[in-house]
Design a protein around this ligand. Structure first.
Ligand SMILES: Cc1cc2nc3c(=O)[nH]c(=O)nc-3n(C[C@H](O)[C@H](O)[C@H](O)COP(=O)(O)OP(=O)(O)OC[C@H]3O[C@@H](n4cnc5c(N)ncnc54)[C@H](O)[C@@H]3O)c2cc1C
Length: 435
């Protein structure tokens, strides 16, 4: 594989063309200033701008620079901890509320795309979640059945003997199909959100890093690379790119790199073999892989976490390609066209968080599952700024945990990733050896 021929930018960027013209200068004063122009920020802006509030969205880079144009475009119910775990921690009512927000976000994005007529290759394709050992298959099926009974989450089990009808591989030991999960084109979805926010009257300004947020009277003075702005309300939507601008938030989110590759265009028959039902896919490894066919069904897009420490997209590509070929041996010898990465935000309790700290609204910590949750909580943050009751979610008021000595640099990550990856590989290989 010629590494130098691989484009080190998201495959999605190639299909969205130049962005619309954006304002270069900042107004002196706005009702709402939003830091970060990904799904969270733009969705919040859409709500406040449509309600007639003067709204400014600023981004340190080009709008959409962050995860929102880099992700895999897979949409699930987005809440990682189980109902049982959440019940132990928060009690049954709150736990059900939190889990329900995942389904709410999944339903909301489908309704939103349809109602706004968004051109973003949105499809309800379902997910095949594959088991990397027979024991994981049993647990997966049991857990899915519980989720169906207790939460109404649709799914069906697929034994290994029938796996190829869902995914063209014999590497796994069966899996579960979550029929309501969806896919979209992340770049197009972001571009459509940008269009809606601009049409609603929001100003969006790129290359305008916010450097300081200070209280002033009943509002805020916000210093940026392009000057200062007075704002009545501020929403921070910086997720995995959160910095010391907001130290309280920085201490609560864990930035983690995620890496993706795209193959060159493949024959239709290869994609039909690997992704017969166009399902999105992931597996039960602790360091999870996620993959799918591109919306035009010409390429495989394969993502995951490849190394203990952060690395470059190109270095990551070599490792991730090996993992892809282990699952799909027919891709051995296929060239890659793109390799890229982005930084997701984990939280210490694996939950998204939204609320108000020191007068500033925030929504972040999507733990790698933000394609529906980020715009959904962005919308809710916008509604809270407007003082609307529907803005309040089951995430509001939850403790947002940090750890002693943690200041936003996850020194513990390389050891944890190494251990989990080693353990995943060991389990995987042992299960395959035993047949
Ligand atoms: C490789 C990868 C694959 C993923 N795959 C999936 C998937 O398949 N499904 C899924 O559900 N989720 C996935 N995710 C996660 C998902 O993309 C994110 O959760 C979601 O996009 C977060 O959106 P956001 O708007 O909150 O943040 P982002 O889109 O990351 O935007 C944050 C923005 O804040 C800006 N910013 C930071 N500091 C400042 C400052 N001081 N001043 C101005 N601007 C600032 C940044 O420049 C950035 O543009 C993936 C993420 C990555 C990286």
């Amino acid at each position: 594989m010629q590494l130098t021929e691989i484009r080190q930018s998201p495959y999605w960027h190639d299909q969205i063309g130049a962005p619309p013209p954006l304002a270069a200068d900042l107004p002196a004063k706005v009702d709402v200033l939003i830091v970060g122009s990904g799904y969270t920020g733009l969705s919040a802006a859409l709500v406040t701008a449509r309600a007639g509030r003067s709204t400014l969205v600023v981004d340190a880079e080009d709008p959409g620079f962050g995860c929102s144009t880099r992700n895999g475009g897979q949409i699930s119910t987005s809440v990682k901890p189980s109902l049982e775990k959440l019940t132990e921690k928060f009690g049954a009512g709150r736990a059900q509320g939190i889990r329900a927000e995942g389904s709410n976000a999944l339903k909301w994005i489908g309704d939103f795309v349809a109602a706004e007529g968004l051109d973003c290759d949105f499809r309800r394709v379902g997910r095949f979640h594959a088991a990397h050992t027979p024991q994981h298959y049993e647990t997966l099926v049991r857990d899915a059945e519980k989720m169906r009974r207790q939460e109404g989450i649709e799914s069906f089990a697929v034994p290994r003997s029938e796996q190829r009808a869902q995914l063209g591989t014999d590497t796994y030991f069966g899996g579960v199909v979550f029929s309501a999960h969806c896919s979209l084109h992340p770049g197009k979805f972001h571009r459509e959100l940008l269009r809606l926010a601009l049409d609603a009257g929001a100003l969006v300004v790129g290359h305008c890093r916010v450097t300081h947020i200070a209280r002033q009277g009943s509002g805020f003075r916000v210093e940026t690379a392009k000057g200062s702005v007075e704002a009545r309300d501020v929403i921070v939507a910086t997720n995995g790119y959160t910095t010391a601008l907001t130290p309280w938030l920085q201490r609560r989110v864990i930035p983690i790199g995620s890496y993706i590759i795209a193959t060159e265009e493949l024959p239709e028959s290869t994609i039909d073999t690997l992704f017969p039902g166009d399902r999105i896919a992931s597996d039960t490894c602790k360091v999870v892989y996620y993959y799918r066919a591109s919306p035009d069904r010409r390429r495989v897009l394969f993502g995951g976490r490849v190394s203990a420490s952060e690395t470059t997209a190109l270095a990551g590509a070599t490792r991730i390609r090996q993992d892809m070929c282990r699952i799909f041996p027919e891709l051995e010898g296929v060239a890659l066209s793109h390799a890229w990465s982005g930084t997701v935000a984990y939280s210490f309790d694996e939950l998204a968080h939204t609320g108000v700290y020191d007068g500033v609204h925030y929504a972040m910590g999507y733990c790698g599952s933000g394609v529906s949750m980020a715009p959904y909580l962005g919308m809710r943050a916008g509604q809270k700024v407007l003082g609307l009751a529907e803005g309040v979610t089951a995430f509001d008021g939850l403790p947002f945990p940090t750890r002693p000595l943690y200041r936003g640099k996850p020194w513990f990550l390389p050891a944890a990733v190494s251990w989990y990856r080693w353990n995943d590989q060991r389990q995987f290989e042992r299960a395959l050896r035993m047949g």
